[in-house]
Design a protein around this ligand. Structure first.
Ligand code: ADP
Length: 923
């Protein structure tokens, strides 16, 4: 040991104890001892006492140099428990492993003015042996202090070092004791933890086959500690027979090192109960790698096993359900990728599961749906606007082989593990569609078949009621009225059923045109006026806009109006008012039909638009109607991209309304214009016999303005030829002709059977003279018009002539002789009729005679009436009168198409007269 003697340099002032470079490691070693500020201990005091006595000093200390102080774990001869570090001697002593030795502090410049030297405890002599922590850090000193200067010998200081070593030994002991305490605490805590978690701990001495269990192990196995064999076999004996082999294998594999010991098995408790245990363990091996020990744990997992098996069996049940369900189930994620599909879905689309799993569901759809699907899904995810989800609809599916099929799709939404998923339930509806098709074809056929007999019944009844009613006894007349009423109802029902069937099949044709809704409303009011007055209800038009351009099918709209107005009238009290209004609503026009009748009963409201729905089923008899009107009306409005609705208060009345999108301005074409178009399409032909071409042209123009087309003949000879070729309805005759005298020509015409009845208007410079000459035969000339021509007079004469036309000759082609009979009776007063019942006869007649009109049935025994249309083209107007509603193409080729059962006697008669240009009174 080196002895440090410090030189005396009295002129220097005190040197403070510096901080060593390893200060933080030193402090952490000091703190690690957990000794600072602990009570004094005999084992340290014993050493300081020995030092005090051995060196015969007043003060001996175990001083520990803390951050800013020196603290005394043991002190002899000093009251203070600590002093500041910077004035301490020990602060200097810890800079070296050597003993720090100051023989006379007053003679040492570093300490001469130190307060511990100049004041209490008046240090003159100091010797401190550094104390090391168990890690080797200098954490303080064992020091001796005297108030007198002294010299110490090396042997003396060696004793101080020995004593310091004793102190260091005590430090080590402290550390060890702390560790032991820690282990004790840890063990207690571990025991507490394993016990409270019900984890059993076992320790198996592999070599000596000694098995030690803790308390919990005995509880887990239900074994009395005194009755446990304490060896491997004793443990294995408690394992469930079905698991014993596996449990033993797990241990053996752990011992060989093939597999970590982590297993589950059942144990059979002495009371027969079975418990599931989970077991883990570690193997300790000797230097040669041979297993020495296994230490492990067991804990009870019966509850989670039961829950798991319950879960498993529930999952099995659900899986069995999903697997055997006849509907296909497909689950997709938010991207549209297929997560899973059940066997029904797989066989429906003809794929194997791994061919679709993970792929986008688009593959199961044909175009354009496939391309639209991503957009639809994104739209839904961002906007939440549903088109299918939670609603369901019929869509088209695509099989692996590319074929498509109709399917019902219902989609539900769910959240699995925070992710949005969609479940689609699909059902192939091919068969259902086929049956529906069969059903609607059946209904359609039956209804069509009913139309023809019903038309003759209605027609005959109507004729009977009209012509012969006054001669019938009262009772018979009442019976006839009843029959007529019921045939009307039956007709209504059949027409509605056929309409509905067409709507549902998407076969109802719409002829969309730009129309003025105000015009249509006005027309509807006019059409339904008769019905309203029959019920003594007043119809009022509350027109709030002058024009309401919409794009619509006029005929269908009139049907909508008719339904809403007739309902409103039906449910209005006698003397009530029904108001129809057209109002503008943003980009739509709204038609409202308001009544002050009974209103819609609350309980009926959710069914009102359903088929055959009537608030009061006795209405069928009481008010008439089928309960189909509103569902047809709704379908029609929806095809117009409109909406229908109502507001109603029981007993106060109802407002039914529908809204149609506004059409672009200027697109609206007045109905009158269109009507004009149709009248002019009806072909009436006149012959002008006039030698002066200019006059002929003026006359032709005047006549054309009245909707009559004409040919011009400059001579009587040309006129004769044209008359033989064409069927003219009128002759305009000049009396001065180049080849014949006009009057002579007139007489010639009257003498000829074909032209005897031809209406003639004489237009001539000698008209008045001619008339005088022709006196007595005047009836055969419509008018004698003097040139220059008075336009008004010519117009009147034309109208007169056209209505005084010879009896028209009509060919009726119809295989139902009852219908023939009814039309014959209906038309006999105004026309000559020729009847044929098939196409062959019709062709014969058309070859032999000229007809003014052909009434044509379509369903004929030897073919369709449509076959005749081409042959008839341009020869005379054709009216289709059939149980079938012809296509628009066919309708375009004829003057009009009437449907049996939808047309009553008056309508048929009115239409024929209109086409033949006959006055209404002619019949
Ligand atoms: P219907 O041919 O029976 O009139 P609709 O489908 O047109 O068939 O109407 C169905 C039912 O709705 C009617 O039977 C009636 O009960 C009720 N209804 C329709 N309109 C009115 C109304 N304006 N006032 C009272 N009830 C009405």
């Amino acid at each position: 040991m080196a002895l440090v003697t410090e030189s005396k340099r009295l002129d220097l002032i005190m040197k403070k104890a510096e901080i060593p470079a390893n200060e933080s490691a030193r402090i952490s070693a000091l703190c690690g001892l957990e000794i600072l500020d602990t009570p004094s201990e005999e084992r340290f005091d014993r050493i300081t006492r020995i030092a005090q006595r051995h060196f015969n000093v007043p003060i001996a200390l175990v001083s520990l140099v803390d951050r800013g102080r020196q603290w005394f774990k043991s002190r002899q001869g000093l009251d203070a428990a600590e002093t500041p570090r910077d004035v301490s001697f020990c602060g200097h002593a810890i800079f070296s492993d050597d003993i720090f030795y100051i023989p006379d502090a007053l003679a040492d410049a570093r300490f001469a003015d130190n307060p511990l030297v100049t004041g209490a405890p008046h240090v003159r002599f100091y010797a401190g042996a550094p104390l090391h922590s168990p890690e080797g850090q200098r954490i303080g000193t064992l020091c001796i202090i005297d108030q007198l200067p002294r010299e110490s010998t090396s042997p003396d200081l060696a004793v101080l070092r020995d004593l310091a070593d004793c102190v260091e030994e005590e430090f080590k002991r402290s550390k060890l004791l702390g560790a032991v305490e820690q282990v004790k605490g840890l063990t207690t805590r571990l025991q507490l933890a394993t016990e409270s978690a019900n984890v059993g701990v076992w320790d198996w001495d592999v070599v000596g086959n000694e098995l030690v269990w803790d308390k919990v192990m005995y509880q887990l196995y239900g074994i009395d500690p005194n009755k446990f064999g304490g060896a491997y076999a004793a443990w294995l004996a408690g394992i469930h027979p079905k698991d014993a082999v596996r449990a033993n294998e797990a241990i053996q594999m752990a011992l060989t090192g093939d597999k970590q010991y982590d297993t589950e098995f059942r144990v059979v408790l002495p009371n027969g109960n079975v418990r599931w245990l989970k077991a883990t363990a570690m193997v300790q091996r000797g230097a040669d790698g041979k297993p020495l020990k296994m230490i492990g744990t067991n804990w009870d997992i019966t509850e989670s096993k039961c829950a798991q098996s319950e879960l498993q069996s529930r999952e099995n049940r659900i899986r069995a359900l999903v697997d055997t369900i006849v509907d296909g189930i497909i689950v997709i994620d938010a991207k549209g990728d297929i997560q899973t599909a059940n066997p029904a879905a797989i066989s429906l689309f003809g794929y194997a599961i791994d061919e679709i799993q993970g792929k986008n569901v688009k593959m199961l759809m044909p175009e354009p749906y496939a391309s639209e699907h991503d957009g639809y899904l994104n739209n839904y995810l961002t906007s939440n606007i549903k088109k299918i989800i939670g609603i369901g609809r019929e869509v088209t599916g695509k099989r692996k082989d590319g074929t498509t099929f109709p399917m019902d799709l219902a989609v539900g939404e769910m959240e699995v593990g925070g992710e949005r998923m969609f479940t689609g339930i699909v059902r192939d509806v091919t068969e259902r569609k086929r049956l529906e098709q069969l059903k609607s074809e059946f209904i359609s056929t039956v209804s069509h078949e009913l139309r023809t007999p019903l038309t003759s019944i209605r027609g005959a009844l109507s004729l009977l009621m009209g012509k012969a009613a006054e001669h019938l006894p009262e009772k018979a007349r009442r019976m006839l009225e009843m029959a007529e009423r019921n045939s009307e109802r039956l007709t209504l029902l059949i027409n509605d059923i056929l309409d509905l069937e067409k709507i549902e099949a998407g076969r109802l044709e719409f002829d969309f045109k730009d129309l003025d809704l105000v015009d249509v409303a006005a027309r509807a009011l006019e059409d339904n006026g008769g019905y309203a007055s029959k019920h003594q209800v007043q119809l009022v038009f509350d027109q709030q806009v002058t024009q309401a351009p919409v794009r619509a099918d006029e005929h269908r709209l009139l049907q909508v109006f008719a339904n809403l107005i007739s309902n409103a009238v039906k449910y209005s009290p006698t003397g009530g008012t029904v108001t129809v209004s057209v109002v503008a609503h943003d980009d739509k026009f709204c038609v409202e039909v308001r009544d002050h009748g009974s209103g819609i009963p609350q309980e009926f409201r959710n069914r009102i638009f359903q088929r055959f729905a009537q608030a009061d089923s006795s209405d069928t008899r009481g008010k008439g109607g089928t309960g189909l009107g509103l569902s047809i009306t709704k379908a029609i409005i929806e095809r117009h991209e409109g909406q229908i609705g109502y507001e109603s208060e029981s007993g106060m009345g109802s407002v039914f309304y529908f809204k149609l999108p506004r059409a672009g301005a200027g697109q609206c074409r007045r109905l009158e214009d269109q009507q004009h178009d149709t009248t002019t399409s009806i072909c009436v032909r006149a012959l002008i016999c006039e030698d002066n071409p200019d006059v002929a042209q003026i006359l032709a123009e005047m006549v054309r303005q009245d909707g009559v087309t004409c040919d011009v003949a400059g001579t009587a000879a040309i006129a004769r030829g044209l008359l033989a070729e064409h069927d003219y309805r009128l002759l305009l005759l000049d009396l001065t002709l180049p080849d014949t005298d006009g009057l002579t020509f007139l007489r010639e015409l009257r003498g000829n059977e074909a032209t005897a009845q031809l209406p003639v208007i004489v237009v001539s410079g000698q008209a008045l003279e001619g008339r005088a000459t022709f006196n007595g035969n005047a009836v055969t000339v419509v008018d004698w018009i003097q040139k220059p021509v008075d336009r008004m007079r010519l117009g009147r004469a034309l109208q007169d002539a056209l209505h005084r036309v010879k009896r028209p000759h009509i060919l009726h082609v119809e295989d139902d002789t009852d219908i023939l009979e009814v039309t014959r009776t209906l038309l006999e007063d105004m026309a000559d009729l020729t009847y044929v019942t098939n196409l062959r006869e019709a062709r014969q007649q058309l070859a032999a005679q000229i007809f003014d009109m052909v009434i044509l049935d379509l369903g004929l025994p030897d073919g369709s009436g449509i076959e005749l249309l081409e042959e008839l083209q341009g020869r005379c107007p054709v009216v289709i009168f059939s149980a079938q509603i012809p296509s628009r193409d066919v309708t375009a080729q004829v003057a009009t198409a009437l449907t049996k059962s939808m047309t009553n006697n008056e309508e048929l008669l009115g239409t024929i007269k209109k086409i033949l240009n006959l006055k209404d009174t002619a019949a």
